[in-house]
Design a protein. Structure first.
Length: 89
């Protein structure tokens, strides 16, 4: 049975978190120890959340690295399933 799966890239939540905290890309990239270009690639879904990056974000936001990696995994599974046409969506 095919089920509709909805997944989104973790960058969407990171972007919302930055907005809510009033942080700029430059400020947040400095806090993470990455370049603005790297952060921009993450925010625009061109770079995935790695375990190392999830830990940096955890330290910066105080939110779970496991949750971020879980979001990334769900997004990756969704993309793979779309390629295989496993789900209706």
């Amino acid at each position: 049975m095919n089920k509709i799966i909805i997944a989104y890239h973790p960058w969407e939540e990171i972007w919302a978190e930055l907005e809510a905290r009033g942080r700029s890309y430059a400020n947040f990239s400095k806090l993470l120890g990455i370049s603005v270009e790297q952060l921009n690639a993450i925010i625009h879904g061109k770079r995935d959340i790695t375990p190392e990056l999830a830990i940096l974000i955890w330290e910066a936001f105080g939110t779970s690295a496991k949750v971020r990696l879980g979001m990334q995994n769900m997004y990756d599974l969704y993309r793979a399933s779309k390629k295989k046409k496993l789900f209706n969506n």
